[in-house]
Design a binder for this molecule. Structure first.
Ligand code: ADP
Ligand code: MG
Length: 350
């Protein structure tokens, strides 16, 4: 009985609205569901037909009047209805997975959102969560959630730098005293690398492959530094000239070459972010280093590449794809304090 009461008090949900994946978790339990950030919409009626895995299954094989979209792909949320459909769906996943659904009151929800979204869009996310059944809803900017998630002392007067390489965007931020001091978001991340691999295979091997094959090749083979383990694999596609099936053996060095334009752009953006930071924070970054997170941070050698080119220590987050979610769940602990201290403006924290 007491257990139920405690449940009642601590029913907090964190959501990471990523550009590639949405992750949802419950305080005390951690991750409960992960699904692709895809929504299938009827073009004519604008009705949302499916969300997550079901919608992803419809990508590329939809009838003419159905489109599958990734509403957060470039860090931008398209419209309220789509956002609402997504949040409703993801909250329903949590309910399905819980026993004792009937004793559970409306949850408090904290949603990690891209830092590039506008206040209007933030409010749309909050309204959508409330409309979907949340008792209280808040948003937190993803770089802040990442930093909290990886355990950085975000409230101290030191410079904390995080680089989150996701699907659609790379988020680079320097955080100090509970605020984001420098924030740089670029549309160069995992998806761009997949596109570069598709192009590379066309140009160098006359081989036509799809984006999901390219993503798999990236995950299996990509490296960011020549002195890490090199792997190789046979890649199947279609010959550009004959149109017939063809297989080519590829190794990690080639994939590194293919994705190098994206790596260069991310490196430049990190340099610019450091240049934009106040000098005291820069010295902190040189001594404490950078934490990298997000799916893209798992490319072997990325830490070596950046520690050598930027001359800063680089650490990869533990479970890098869960940093934002972990941060939302941790930040929920502080919401009451933050509300009291800051009198949270329009329910938007940080
Ligand atoms: P988002 O937060 O934007 O939804 P994620 O942090 O979930 O994105 O990262 C998704 C991206 O990470 C995808 O582009 C995916 O291909 C890439 N990714 C996942 N695992 C790996 C890996 N082991 N190596 C390289 N890239 C990876
Ligand atoms: Mg993310």
């Amino acid at each position: 009985m007491l257990g139920h009461l405690l449940d009642l008090v601590t029913y907090d949900i964190g959501i990471d609205l990523g550009t590639a994946n949405v992750r949802i978790g419950i305080k005390g339990k951690g991750l409960v569901a992960i699904e692709p950030s895809v929504v299938a919409i009827n073009k004519v009626t604008k009705e949302v037909l499916a969300v997550g895995n079901d919608a992803k299954g419809m990508l590329g094989r939809t009838p003419a009047n159905v489109i599958a979209v990734r509403p957060l792909k470039d860090g931008v949320i398209v419209d309220f209805d789509t956002t609402l459909a997504m949040i409703k769906y993801f909250l329903s996943l949590v309910h399905q997975k819980r026993e004792n659904v009937w004793v559970i009151p409306k949850p408090r929800v904290l949603v990690g959102v891209p830092s590039s979204i506008t206040d209007v869009e933030k409010q749309a996310v909050i309204d959508a969560a409330l409309f979907a059944g949340a008792r209280e809803a808040y948003v937190i900017e993803e770089p802040m959630a990442t930093a909290i998630g990886v355990g950085l002392p975000v409230n101290e007067a030191v410079g904390n730098m995080v680089v989150d390489i996701g699907g659609g965007t790379t988020d680079i931020a320097i955080i100090s005293l509970g605020g984001i001091v420098v924030d740089k978001t670029i549309n160069i991340a995992g998806d761009e690398m997949d596109e570069l691999i598709v192009e590379y295979m066309k140009d160098k091997h006359s081989l036509l492959i799809g984006y999901s094959t390219a993503e798999k090749v990236k995950i299996d083979l990509a490296i960011a530094h020549p002195e890490v383990e090199i792997k190789e694999q046979e890649i199947h596609g279609r010959d550009l000239i004959s149109g017939l099936p063809k297989a080519v053996r590829i190794d990690s060095m080639e994939i590194m070459e293919a994705i190098s334009p994206a790596l260069r752009k991310i490196t430049d953006a990190i340099k610019e972010a450091i240049e934009d930071a106040p000098p005291e924070l820069v010295s902190d970054i040189y001594s404490k280093g950078i934490v990298i997170a997000g799916g893209g941070s798992q490319i072997p050698g990325l830490d070596r590449l950046w520690s050598e080119t930027l001359h800063v220590p680089v650490k990869i987050a533990k479970d890098p794809q869960l940093s934002v979610l972990k941060g939302t769940l941790k930040a929920l602990d502080q919401i009451e304090t933050i509300k009291r201290l800051k009198e949270v403006e329009d329910q938007i924290i940080y």
